[in-house]
Design a protein around this ligand. Sequence first.
Ligand SMILES: Nc1ncnc2c1ncn2[C@@H]1O[C@H](COP(=O)(O)OP(=O)(O)OP(=O)(O)O)[C@@H](O)[C@H]1O
Length: 284
Amino acid sequence: MMRAEGVGLRLNGKEILHGVNCTVTPGQVTVVMGKNGAGKSTLLQIMAGQVFAGKGSAAGGAVAGAVWLDERAMQDIAPADLAGRRSVLAQSVQLGFPLPVAEVVELGCYGRYHQLTALQRKQAVDNYLDLLDLNPLRDRSFLTLSGGEQKRVLLAKCLLQLDAENPNLTTNRYLLLDEPTAALDLEQQYRFVDLATRLARERGLGVLAVLHDLNLAARFADHLLFLRDGKTVASGPPAEVLTKTIIQATFNVDCLIQPHPCFNCPLITTLPYGKPNIAPACAP
Ligand SMILES: Nc1ncnc2c1ncn2[C@@H]1O[C@H](COP(=O)(O)OP(=O)(O)OP(=O)(O)O)[C@@H](O)[C@H]1O
């Protein structure tokens, strides 16, 4: 299990996070939601071990609290070990040179490059290119891809880093996704989250995802954490925390919550305040 306990961060006099707890369980999907600037990415970076709890952050603030990866303090885990235990899809990634797609994906096995033969590396790359429907793009420069295509390439690299499809690995592995569906078309959004969920259910990965879409979260999350201004508004299973009051307190929007007509989860329609032209049946 990956756990953040009482995580806090203050930067330039501003409280970015305060006393936040977050758990990622192998086999499950935890989704973090909140308005822009709520502290979601900061929490994900701290949980990823990119900013150490208990030590000064790169930006100068001290991180309070602790992060545990399977009961070991995050800062005690060697980078090479950490690389095989968790991978991170960042919100935005800049690549300064025109690497072909297949080579970007191959960077995922950098940590165990010399343990694999050239053929094994190629097979691993082919496998994850297939999984993400990227074969037609394999020789294209990463820099020429659309934003959504780049996201899929980077996910393939993250999954290869974890050897995510390998059923023989016994250590827990965690996939941390910061707004993975931003820039994806509707089909790809669904496929991306569906794939992450399948890897959790079938391969036992623990998934932590920052999402902005309440309905994707309602459909796929096992656990939801709502943040506002760096503080926890609510945390729990979707059935408990997807309420009008909590959504209002987190996002400042009103909403209508109905049973989903197709899936066993709620369907949330957000409603702007003060709109007189809402049909009476939808009035909050
Ligand atoms: N070095 C810094 N100094 C001051 N404030 C900072 C610094 N770095 C980040 N912040 C602030 O911390 C807050 C949380 O940022 P974070 O990126 O975690 O938000 P977020 O919830 O992921 O937002 P978004 O949905 O827009 O991606 C923001 O208000 C941001 O401006």
